[in-house]
Design a protein around this ligand. Structure first.
Ligand SMILES: NC(=O)c1ccc[n+]([C@@H]2O[C@H](COP(=O)([O-])OP(=O)(O)OC[C@H]3O[C@@H](n4cnc5c(N)ncnc54)[C@H](OP(=O)(O)O)[C@@H]3O)[C@@H](O)[C@H]2O)c1
Length: 300
């Protein structure tokens, strides 16, 4: 029987850093196999079930497969390969299926919890219907329980909902990036019974970074970040507690995916997640997409 009282039930682990160097604040680089095993063991103890991976995260799927032999505890969500959006054909649909079969093999699983289109633009491009067809076929064969899309903005959500019925949407949301709350898209998705997986909770670690270490690119928001950290200090709140409480209090979110590359950070985050805060963080939202979309960061 599942233990619903476990603390981490609503949390999920991102796995990009298991297969590649990932995260703006990550100084340790890619995790070793041993470190991944330790993180997954601890995650299981804490009741975390959801894992987010992708064939695009270096050898992350292979690493997970090695760590999860005979381990049936986790629900795994993987993604499609990224296609050139100018040439999506029947062949792309076949490639999607081949990649998914390879993901199953790498992960040592017969079925997976979810399969998401990694770049929503691929589904929206001419020929995107071939990808949708392959996704639906994998679902009807029982190989992927749920299918969906990872998105970056509300325009993509609207466009996707016009052509496809996703079971899951993975989206970015954090204390600085409150766009999808303000636009009403979270509510809209929930009304349609779509499972919401939130990522970028720490904005790749930016929300936890010591100010002196901020890359030059963030100079334009140095004052905003400074005020935010002063607020946390005055209220005796750790940045982890603030970032996690912000998303925890958004009831539309089903799973909160976060990236950690050490057991210590995992434990620290779950403890922070458990704390109850009742603070309105609205005033800390930042609207400049160049800042809140990591894909637009120019870091040397
Ligand atoms: N398009 C997509 O589908 C897409 C895009 C981006 C991300 N993702 C998924 O989301 C996952 C998470 O990525 P994200 O961008 O959302 O990352 P995030 O969770 O916002 O931030 C991760 C960063 O925060 C740092 N961190 C975490 N806990 C910490 C703590 N207690 N103290 C200090 N630093 C801490 C991590 O460093 P430590 O590792 O040192 O703990 C890591 O560098 C990825 O692994 C991937 O699975 C998907």
């Amino acid at each position: 029987m599942k233990d619903d009282t476990k603390k981490g039930k609503r949390l999920g682990l991102g796995t990009a850093q298991y297969g590649m160097d990932y995260g703006i604040s990550n100084r340790r680089g890619q995790n070793s196999l041993d470190e991944v095993k330790q993180i997954l063991d601890e995650a299981k103890t804490l009741g975390i079930e959801m894992l987010d991976t992708s064939p695009n995260y270096g050898n992350s799927e292979e690493v997970l497969g090695k760590c999860l032999i005979k381990e049936k505890h986790f629900h795994i969500v993987t993604k499609t390969p990224v296609f050139d959006k100018n040439i999506i054909t029947q062949k792309s649909g076949d490639i999607l299926t081949e990649y998914f079969e390879s993901s199953l093999e790498q992960l040592g699983c017969n079925t997976l919890y979810g399969l998401l289109v990694h770049h929503a633009e691929n589904l929206l491009a001419p020929g995107g219907v071939y990808l949708a067809k392959s996704l639906l076929e994998l679902k009807s064969r029982g190989l992927a329980t749920k299918i969906g899309v990872s998105i970056y903005n509300s325009t993509q959500i609207d466009a996707i909902l016009n052509i496809f019925e996703p079971d899951i949407i993975q989206l970015p949301i954090n204390l600085f990036d409150q766009r999808l709350i303000n636009s009403g898209h979270l509510t809209k998705l929930k009304k349609q019974n779509i499972e919401i997986h939130a990522r970028s909770i720490f904005l790749q670690g930016l929300l936890l970074m010591e100010q002196e270490k901020l890359p030059k690119f963030f100079e334009p928001i140095k004052t905003n970040i400074g005020e935010y950290f002063v607020f946390l200090k005055e209220n005796d709140i750790s940045p982890q507690t603030a970032a996690l409480n912000f998303v925890k209090n958004i009831e539309e979110i089903d799973y909160i995916i976060l990236g950690v590359n050490s057991v210590d950070h995992l434990k620290e985050n779950v403890a922070a997640f458990e704390k109850e805060l009742n603070i309105d963080f609205t005033k800390f939202s930042i609207s400049d997409e160049k800042i809140i979309n990591p894909a637009m960061w120019e870091l040397s």
